[in-house]
Design a protein around this ligand. Structure first.
Ligand code: PAF
Length: 281
């Protein structure tokens, strides 16, 4: 039975009990609207840890005023059922006041890795992510915390933060879960109309195609430019970025060594902003 906890004291008490018994804890931070991609994180946590805490909190500080915070899907009952079906021990679902009480004044910023890709196109987004993840790592006192590789840059930023600030939690990346046609599962896919859902898998196909060309020795800049044009021709309304970058440092790459780089993209399709990334070689 998944216990719903909304306050910090109860979460800490339960963790203390597990810790004293020498039992490991896995943390799965989410913003709700859960799908099979989140369940892959839960599954990984269940395999490696005695207890799993999933957090459901739509973090306002990682949305800019022009983004979809108010429209973000809120389906808590369905989320809880899914967590129960997947035998999660605790669903930590705090209110905004619990996470950011009056007078909250602390920012956590990772520089460098946040200069590019979503960091450049969504200014302030990663400051919100690191702020809330730092809090969740402290509250969750987990041995391991699980993040999806679809948000590759987020994973890199969180890893850097955990290393720099000596969080004892191991940050684990879990492969992207895709629909049969290649579309990466995302809570924001619910924004897609039926017609847009038909177009959406072109993103992954285009990235795979771009990665294959770069792996064959074509210059990344030209390949990425042509790929961005192909997305627009397929029906995407705009492309925030489509770039080849080092998988670890996120530095731009023109002719990367096999296995060291990825092609990253964010593109808008109707109301949805889709992101994806694939390995080169
Ligand atoms: O990936 C997400 O859902 C969010 O960015 C996270 C890590 C839960 C922080 O709010």
């Amino acid at each position: 039975m998944t216990e719903v906890i909304r306050d910090v004291a109860t979460l800490r008490m339960l963790q203390g009990t597990w810790r004293r018994a020498g039992e490991s804890i896995g943390l799965v931070p989410t913003m709700g609207a859960l799908h099979a991609g989140h369940m892959a994180l839960v599954q990984a946590a269940r395999e490696e840890c005695a207890h799993v805490i999933a957090t459901v909190f739509v973090n306002p500080t990682q949305f800019s005023p022009s983004e979809d915070l108010d429209a973000y899907p809120d389906v808590f009952d369905a989320d809880l059922q899914l967590l129960r079906d997947n035998r999660v021990d605790v669903c930590f679902a705090p209110t905004r006041d619990i996470m950011y009480p009056d007078g909250f004044a602390t920012t956590v910023r990772v520089s460098g890795l946040t200069d590019h890709l979503c960091g450049a196109t969504r200014p302030g987004h990663f400051d919100g992510v690191t702020q809330v993840v730092a809090k969740l790592l402290n509250l969750g006192a987990a041995d391991r915390a699980y993040f999806g590789q679809k948000d590759w840059q987020q994973l890199a930023v969180v890893r850097q933060m955990a290393r720099d600030l000596n969080f004892p939690t191991e940050i684990v990346g879990v492969p992207t879960v895709r629909a049969a046609d290649g579309l990466a599962l995302s809570s924001r896919n619910v924004y897609l109309t039926e017609a847009e859902r038909e177009i959406a898998p072109v993103l992954n196909r285009t990235l795979r195609n771009a990665a294959a060309q770069i792996a064959r020795g074509h210059g990344a800049a030209g390949v990425c430019e042509a790929s961005a044009r192909a997305l627009i021709e397929a029906g995407f309304s705009s492309v925030d970025y489509l770039e080849c970058r080092d998988a670890q440092t996120l530095a731009a790459q023109e002719r990367p060594n096999p296995g060291t780089a990825r092609v990253f993209a964010a593109a808008k399709l109707g109301k949805a902003r889709l992101i994806d990334n694939v390995a080169v070689g």
